[in-house]
Design a protein around this ligand. Structure first.
Ligand code: CP
Ligand code: NVA
Length: 342
C-alpha cells in the first residue's frame, strides 16, 4: 500500500492527479481481486473528491459535469435492484452521460440471445456495460467478447461496487481504516467475498462468523488466507458470532438468502440460528461499533429493527456512498483524452 494515505491526502492527491495515474482506464471492474491496495485507494480517493463536488455536479457548475458527454452506458440487469440501479443512473447523468436500463425481461441474456452475442451487439452502440447477473462467468464472457468496459453490479461471486462504498463509509466515519477490525456475521456470499477481499487489500483485519457449508468456495478461502497473510493483519473464520464481534469496530451482515437462492430458503435459514445481529451481539463489539449492511435488510431475520435503527447504524450512509464510488468507477473506466485539466 501507499505510504501516504491517498484517500485523505486531498492536497497532493487531487482528482486530476488521480486521472494521470488512473488504474481503471479502459478496464472492466469485475472483481476487487483484479486491483492492488494502492489502486483501490485511488478509486476511493476519486470517490471522495467527487462526493465533495456533489452540489456543483448537480447544478452543472462543475467541469466533471461533462466528463461522460456523448457516452451511453447500458444497465443490463437480470435481477431486481433499488440502490444499484438508481445510483448508477444518477451517477451517469451527473457526469453528463446517458443510461439505458435493460431489465430482466428485456434482453433475457443467455436464453433469447447468447452472452457473447449480447456483448458483440452492445459494443457497437454503447461505451460501457453495467451488468447485474446470476452467473459471474457471464460477466467474464461479456468482457471477453465486447471491447468495452464491463462493471460488475452484482454477480453470484462478488459485489465489488458495494465493497468500495462500504470502505468509503469506514473512511468517512473513522478518518482512516488503518488498525480497524471488521466483523462479518452471516452468509459467505457475494457481498462478504468482496468485503473480505477489500479488507485484505487495504490491510484491515477481519473476524468472520459463517456456518459450515455457507462459506466461500475453498479456492476463494485460500486466496483470502493468502491475501490477509501477505497484508500481515488478522483473519479468522469460525461459526461463533459472539467471538467474531469481540473487539470489532464495525459489524457487518447481509441477507441469509440471496437473489436466485429462493428455492433453498427453507433449508438455508435454520443454519443461521444464532447469527442474527441483535443489540446483545453488538454489545460484545467495541463501544460505538458501527452496524453495516448492504441492504436490502430482512428486518427480524439477519438483523433486528433496534440495530438497524440505532444511532450506530450506517446502512444509509453506505447506500449513499454507492453513488460516489460508482461515479468514480465510471469516470476512471471511461476517461478519454478529453478536456479535463484542473
Ligand atoms: N445493495 C444493493 O446492491 O442493493 P440493490 O440490490 O437494491 O441494488
Ligand atoms: N447477497 C445479496 C445482496 C443484495 C444486494 C444478494 O445477492 O441478493
Amino acid at each position: 500500500m501507499l505510504k501516504v494515505d491517498p484517500v485523505n491526502d486531498t492536497t497532493a492527491v487531487t482528482l486530476p492527479r488521480i486521472l494521470t495515474r488512473n488504474p481503471l482506464r479502459g478496464k472492466s471492474f469485475l472483481s476487487i481481486d483484479a486491483f492492488s491496495g494502492e489502486e483501490l485507494q485511488l478509486i476511493l480517493a476519486a470517490a471522495k473528491r467527487l462526493k465533495g463536488r456533489r452540489k456543483t455536479l448537480q447544478t452543472g457548475g462543475d467541469e466533471y459535469r461533462a466528463a461522460l458527454n456523448g457516452k451511453h452506458i447500458a444497465l443490463l440487469f437480470q435481477k431486481p435492484s433499488l440502490r444499484t440501479r438508481v445510483t448508477f443512473q444518477v451517477a451517469i447523468e451527473e457526469l453528463g452521460g446517458t443510461a439505458i436500463y435493460l431489465g430482466p425481461q428485456e434482453v433475457d441474456m443467455g436464453v433469447r440471445e447468447s452472452v457473447p452475442d449480447v456483448a458483440r451487439n452492445l459494443e457497437r452502440w454503447v461505451d460501457a456495460i453495467v451488468a447485474r447477473v446470476f452467473r459471474h462467468d457471464d460477466l467474464l464472457t461479456l468482457a471477453q467478447y465486447g471491447s468495452i468496459p464491463v462493471i460488475n453490479a452484482l454477480s453470484d461471486g462478488e459485489h465489488p461496487c458495494q465493497a468500495l462504498a462500504d470502505f468509503l463509509t469506514l473512511y468517512d466515519k473513522h478518518g482512516s481504516v488503518q488498525g480497524l477490525k471488521l466483523a462479518y456475521v452471516g452468509d459467505g456470499n457475494n457481498v462478504a467475498v468482496s468485503l473480505m477481499l477489500m479488507a485484505a487489500k487495504l490491510g484491515v483485519g477481519m473476524s468472520v462468523a459463517m456456518p459450515e457449508g455457507y462459506r466461500p468456495k475453498p479456492e476463494v478461502q485460500k486466496r483470502l488466507d493468502d491475501l490477509f497473510r501477505i497484508a500481515g493483519v488478522p483473519f479468522t473464520v469460525s461459526d461463533d458470532p459472539q467471538r467474531a464481534v469481540e473487539g470489532a469496530d464495525a459489524v457487518y451482515t447481509d441477507t441469509w438468502v440471496s437473489m436466485g437462492e429462493e428455492d433453498e430458503a427453507a433449508k438455508k435459514r435454520p443454519a443461521f440460528t444464532g447469527y442474527q445481529v441483535t443489540p446483545e451481539l453488538m454489545a460484545r463489539a467495541n463501544p460505538g461499533a458501527l452496524f453495516m449492511h448492504c441492504l436490502p435488510a430482512h428486518r427480524g431475520e439477519e438483523v433486528t429493527d433496534s440495530v438497524m435503527d440505532s444511532p450506530h447504524s450506517v446502512v444509509f450512509d453506505q447506500a449513499e456512498n454507492r453513488l460516489h464510488v460508482q461515479k468514480a468507477v465510471l469516470l476512471l473506466a471511461l476517461q478519454s483524452l478529453g478536456p479535463i485539466t484542473s
